[in-house]
Design a binder for this molecule. Structure first.
Ligand code: 9WN
Length: 442
């Protein structure tokens, strides 16, 4: 058996192959742009051996920040042929979009402050401080944007306007909420005539990867249509929140944001700065508000429909993510750890499946509706460590590393057999392999 250092070298080669100038694509063929949360995960891996490149990766994200503070979820490579390229996202429709680069019009899980703090920690001290000094105002503006434009009720929970923002595109709670909204007549007719099926031949991803491993064509068309509606509103959050019915207070996103708020606070402290009082207040509220997403009957957290104010009680891996926030109490954490250990739900041979095994949605091949993802395992490993579940964290760390070593650098894996699916040579799998392999849990 090759030893860990050999695998680390291979992981580094994956990150090199996917490097494009100042950033790392998730996979140079299937995902030829820069993605926000992918690059944050990549920065964690890079920081272990090339912290300057991790800093460049983060700086490239922040260089595309909008004037209102938003950091877009995709920074586009104008020359790549891709269905979500510049012609799909004319970001110039918003006056807040940058002029020197083309981007998407929405955001993604806000790991940025966490990745920046970790990168600074790995840089030589003086360089780390300069890096934080340069990035802090931008990180601050991003958190301010999230609470100013996406927390309209000022309750501490941020609202997402599209499932691409939560990073778990076709996760059952999002799809279920979407399917409750009637389609306009033309779209309903389109589906009735099965005309959407024609488009699958033109999709970039399904040409390279068996379609049943990807987002279904019906879901893909619906997600594109919802993004187009946001585009029509010039990517203006206020208008979208007023008009759209597909608005969700997402539990994964808000859990990550709470952890990132703490990182932003640490960065401010290192620099001798005080966070603005109103932001501080909202950050405190957020830590209490996550409790509104708790459901005592089933003993887990759920995302909430912003319009109906009802929890979307469809189990998925998102229900476990408050562990990453670090702000839930020990009893709640214990509940989630027990759930994660349940053999009929989240504990197959290669945990953690993106939906529980007993869910009607479960399909070991199908994107965010069953497979195990390295980034979710990484988030949960960090969460387990935070709450002192070191045995469980080591188990998950080991299973994730073995799964990748035995099956390759895939985008996602069967939780039953460990076999890899989706794109191969996937950047966050490689980067998080490096970070997890170096993580000393004790
Ligand atoms: C849309 C890049 C991204 C990830 C997301 C994943 C997928 C995009 C897509 O790929 O989303 O943003 O093309 O479907 O769901 O988590 O960031 O790897």
């Amino acid at each position: 058996m090759e030893d860990t250092n050999e695998y680390i070298k291979k992981a580094q080669a994956v990150l090199d192959a996917n490097q494009l100038g100042n950033y790392t694509t998730p996979n140079s063929q299937i995902y030829p742009h820069q993605w926000l949360w992918d690059s944050c995960f990549v920065a964690y891996g890079l920081a272990e051996y090339q912290p300057q490149r991790a800093a460049t990766e983060i700086n490239n994200l922040l260089d595309a920040q909008w004037a209102n503070g938003m950091v877009p979820h995709m920074i586009l490579n104008p020359t790549a042929p891709h269905w979500l390229g510049p012609s799909f996202w004319p970001s110039q429709r918003s006056s807040a979009a940058p002029k020197h680069v083309q981007t998407s019009g929405m955001t993604q899980p806000p790991l940025l402050s966490l990745a920046a703090l970790n990168t600074a920690d790995k840089l030589p001290p003086a360089e780390g401080k300069i890096f934080l000094k340069q990035t802090y105002p931008k990180l601050l503006a991003y958190h301010q944007w999230l609470y100013r434009e996406r927390d309209p009720l000022q309750n501490g929970l941020v609202v997402l306007v599209h499932s691409w923002e939560c990073g778990l595109d076709n996760s059952p709670p999002w799809i279920e909420a979407l399917n409750k909204i009637p389609n306009p007549l033309w779209l309903a007719t389109f589906f009735k005539l099965k005309a959407d099926k024609i488009g699958i031949k033109f999709r970039h991803d399904t040409q390279a990867i068996p379609p049943h491993q990807r987002l279904s064509q019906t879901d893909a068309v619906k997600l594109l249509y919802r993004a187009i509606l946001f585009r029509k509103n010039r990517y203006d959050s206020k208008t979208q929140i007023k008009k759209s019915r597909w608005l969700i207070e997402d539990v994964t996103f808000n859990s990550i944001l709470i952890a990132a708020n703490r990182a932003l606070f640490d960065i401010a402290t290192i620099l001798g700065e005080d966070l603005p009082a109103d932001l501080n207040l909202r950050m405190q509220k957020a830590e209490q508000a996550i409790e509104e997403l708790w459901d005592g009957d089933t003993g887990q957290y759920y995302s909430r429909n912003f319009r109906s104010k009802k929890l979307i009680k469809t189990p998925s891996i998102a229900s476990l993510m408050p562990l990453f926030s670090g702000c839930i109490d020990k009893d709640r954490a214990q509940n989630l750890v027990s759930l994660m250990g349940s053999a009929t739900k989240y504990r197959p041979a290669f945990p953690v499946p993106s939906v529980p095994l007993d869910s009607p949605y479960f399909d070991q091949h199908h994107y965010w509706q069953g497979p195990t993802w390295a980034n979710a395992n990484w988030l949960l490993t960090q969460g387990l460590i935070r709450y002192g579940y070191l045995k469980e964290a080591s188990y998950l760390q080991n299973q994730t590393l073995r799964m990748i070593e035995q099956n390759g650098w895939f985008e996602y894996f069967s939780p039953l057999s460990g076999k890899g699916y989706g794109a191969n040579n996937f950047s966050w799998t490689a980067a998080l392999y490096i970070h997890l392999a170096r993580l000393n849990i004790g």
